[in-house]
Design a protein around this ligand. Structure first.
Ligand SMILES: NC(=O)c1ccc[n+]([C@@H]2O[C@H](COP(=O)([O-])OP(=O)(O)OC[C@H]3O[C@@H](n4cnc5c(N)ncnc54)[C@H](O)[C@@H]3O)[C@@H](O)[C@H]2O)c1
Ligand SMILES: N[C@H](CO)Cc1c[nH]c[nH+]1
Ligand SMILES: [Zn+2]
Length: 433
């Protein structure tokens, strides 16, 4: 059973803080393990990757098998049904259309002082795409990573995906082909993140690593940041549903379970204005957990991290939501747009009862790689911007240097940086004869 809380309870603040703190991916144990794995891959390259893959994915391979050959990929793709292929292509098309609209423009203008200024966007050269594969397979995450990278114009896309027990998911391979991934490596976890960041004999290092993963992957991305760029912390999935009493309890139960079934460390929360509805949802979850295929995982997540919170009104719900900063937020209320306007911190918002979060996981168009563990307070879902960087441009005319150079000289003197000031003075002397 999840926890039941009500904002009218005397101990609400204390219990709500415990729900917020019950985060699943910051644990020192995970970080210690990950730091050891990264050090090992840096020191021993492929040998370490192979040993760790044998240990965590139960798969014995040689270094020349880390990368999948084109023939192996073709053989997997041949197993994909027409129905699956069409679904994947529809998803890819919708994701591409959405992300194409995100492309920012270059700018260049001359200001009143005569300075020509601007910026231009250029893609990173090589992106490392993490596709999870420990407890489930994620063809959709291939598309969510690779399509925006392609739209941004990234030259080299290197994808890593664990294949526990050596089992390759054909749809993951087809998604890689559809999206234009250049290299596919059958490794996962912290060792794959380290290999992408530092390189090994087999894998050339990349400039940026994106994509979701479990607590080990999230911790590894945190640790390699600086050596490479990362998109965000996209760890174990989360959902917050805000629902009034005018909903089908079973639909809401399924929405909560849709994220709980990802991982025992996932978190599903319900905030409702109607305590009786909250109980009905809890009962519906209990019934669903009797038959769901992934009931062990979903049940553990719901038991350990789930909560049902009764609030006085939707304004209170919005304030609590901003403190949670959920990865996914479903608004199943009469006027979802009005409630959405009151919320600042959420990775992705799903408006109204006809928009189950799962649509966003697959075919909606927006990206499903989203910030978790309350990081939606300061970061956003994956987008083309994650694969681009901005270079600023400045050109001074002689008139512009005359107009603004003296202020630079003053500031250089006040910072005691003589050469800075003199580099301007030398030019102004020439201009002023
Ligand atoms: N936030 C998002 O945008 C988003 C999107 C999709 C999936 N997800 C999340 O991604 C995760 C996928 O997890 P997964 O496990 O299925 O696949 P995964 O690929 O993320 O993790 C599997 C790897 O974890 C490593 N690992 C497992 N146990 C370990 C241990 N004890 N010590 C060291 N390493 C260990 C192994 O190397 C294994 O290859 C889920 O938590 C899911 O909720 C998040
Ligand atoms: N809900 C996940 C993001 O937290 C994404 C996903 C992929 N497939 C199914 N779901
Ligand atoms: Zn999902």
């Amino acid at each position: 059973m999840p926890q039941f809380l009500s904002t009218t309870d005397a101990d609400f603040e204390q219990r709500f803080s415990a729900v917020l703190a019950a985060k699943r991916e910051d644990s020192p144990d995970v970080d210690d393990v990950v730091s050891g794995i990264i050090a090992d891959v840096r020191a021993r390259g492929d040998v370490a990757v192979l040993e760790l893959t044998a240990k965590f994915d139960r798969m014995q391979i040689d270094a020349d098998q880390i990368r999948l050959s084109d023939a192996e990929i073709d053989a997997e793709i041949a197993k994909v049904s027409d129905e699956e292929q069409h679904a994947l292509e529809l998803a890819a098309e919708r994701i591409r259309a959405y992300h194409t609209r995100q492309m920012p423009s270059d700018e260049m203008w001359t200001d009143p002082d005569g300075a020509t200024l601007g910026w231009r966007w250029t893609p990173v050269s090589a992106a490392g795409l993490y596709v999870p594969g420990g407890l489930a397979s994620y063809p959709s995450s291939v598309l969510m990573n690779a399509v925006p990278a392609k739209v941004a114009g990234v030259e080299r896309l290197a994808m890593v995906v664990p294949t526990p027990d050596g089992i390759i998911n054909p749809l993951v391979m087809m998604a890689a082909r559809v999206a234009g991934v250049d290299e596919v490596y059958r490794i996962g976890g912290a060792q794959a993140v380290a290999a992408l960041a530092y390189g090994t004999e087999t894998i050339a290092p990349v400039d940026k690593i994106t994509g979701p993963g479990n607590a080990f992957v999230a911790a590894a991305k945190r640790r390699v940041f600086g050596k490479v760029g990362i998109d965000m912390i996209a760890g174990p999935s989360e959902i917050l549903v805000i629902a009034d009493g005018d909903n089908d309890a079973d639909w809401i139960a399924l929405d909560l379970m849709s994220q709980a079934e990802h991982d025992e460390s996932a978190q599903s929360l319900l905030i409702t204005t109607d305590a009786a509805f909250g109980q009905a949802v809890a009962d519906a979850v209990t019934v669903r957990l009797e038959t769901l295929e992934r009931r062990e995982i979903a049940g553990a997540s719901w038991r350990d991290f789930g909560a049902i919170i009764t609030v006085r009104d939707l304004d209170e719900a919005a304030r609590l939501c901003d403190r949670i900063a959920p990865e996914h937020l479903e608004l199943c209320v009469a006027d979802p747009e009005a409630l959405s306007d009151k919320i600042t911190h959420a990775g992705a918002i799903f408006l109204g009862q006809w928009t189950p979060e799962a649509i966003g996981d697959y075919v909606g168009g927006p990206n499903h790689v989203l910030p978790t563990a309350r990081s939606a307070r300061f970061s956003s879902g994956l987008s083309v911007l994650d694969f681009l960087k901005r270079t600023t441009l400045a050109k001074m005319s002689p008139e512009a240097l005359r107009a603004i150079g003296p202020a630079a000289e003053v500031l250089a003197t006040s910072e005691s940086l003589e050469a800075h000031g003199l580099s301007v003075t030398a030019r102004l002397r020439k201009l002023n004869g």
